[in-house]
Design a protein around this ligand. Structure first.
Ligand SMILES: [Fe+2]
Length: 226
């Protein structure tokens, strides 16, 4: 298996599944009930305090240089899950999100990732015209081949005239993939890569909404989370 891999998978959900996510996402995105942490022992913490040490750590796990990282961090849309199971994420996001987690997991298996498990996620709105190139923080000090970043687009009816493609590369100077943010598509890459968003042009009537999930391979899980 090659170490360096980037993928863009179209129509990850069936039409019906995607419609259900689109209808349900308003219950999650920009709903500030606090970020959730599922601890290994089964306890649950809801974080509303941006000043807490825990939360600073969680912000690092979920974002690197994302604008408004702090706003995301105290919202319902942010989840850190030390049990690394899909079920806990669904407790927060709701059943309509289950096919998204499950089908992205299957896509990772097809790529060759052994027993992928989700450990952090955010379902968030990104209408800002720019997002600079960045690498996600390797908070858990895993091997870059053992953690994976998936970016799924939750906006229906996207037209590429609005821009907003994701550029993915090892460094900012060379794009290895430029993926349009098509509705119901997912970009998948491992920890070797960073990404940024190309200019977004105004005029899209909906919002540009994203489900970011970070995954760990079996090896990463055993080394870091077990
Ligand atoms: Fe990012």
């Amino acid at each position: 298996m090659s170490v360096h891999q980037i993928y863009h998978k179209l129509n990850i959900l069936s039409e019906e599944e995607f419609r259900a996510v689109v209808a349900h996402k308003v219950n999650i995105i920009n709903q500030g009930a606090g970020a959730t942490t599922f601890e290994k022992d089964g306890s649950i913490r809801i974080n509303l305090d941006l000043q807490s040490q825990d939360l600073k750590w969680e912000v690092a796990a979920l974002t690197s240089q994302h604008k408004r990282a702090n706003d995301f961090a105290i919202s319902k849309e942010a989840v850190v899950n030390f049990q690394c199971n899909i079920d806990n994420f669904i407790k927060i996001y709701g059943e309509p999100f289950y096919p998204a987690f499950e089908k992205i997991r299957k896509a990772l298996i097809e790529i060759g990732v052994e027993n992928p498990r989700p450990y952090t996620s955010r379902a968030y709105r990104h209408d800002d015209p720019y997002l600079p190139w960045h690498k996600h923080a390797n908070t858990f000090k895993m091997h870059p081949n053992d953690y994976w970043i998936t970016i799924m687009y939750l906006h229906p009816n996207w037209d590429i005239k609005h821009g907003g493609a994701l550029r993915v590369g090892i460094t900012e100077d060379e794009d290895l993939l430029v993926a349009e943010c098509f509705s119901n598509s997912v970009v998948i890459h491992n920890g070797y890569y960073g990404h940024g968003v190309l200019k977004i042009y105004p005029g899209f009537e909906d919002h540009r909404d994203i489900l970011l999930i970070q995954w760990v391979s079996e090896k990463g899980y055993q080394e870091v989370f077990l």
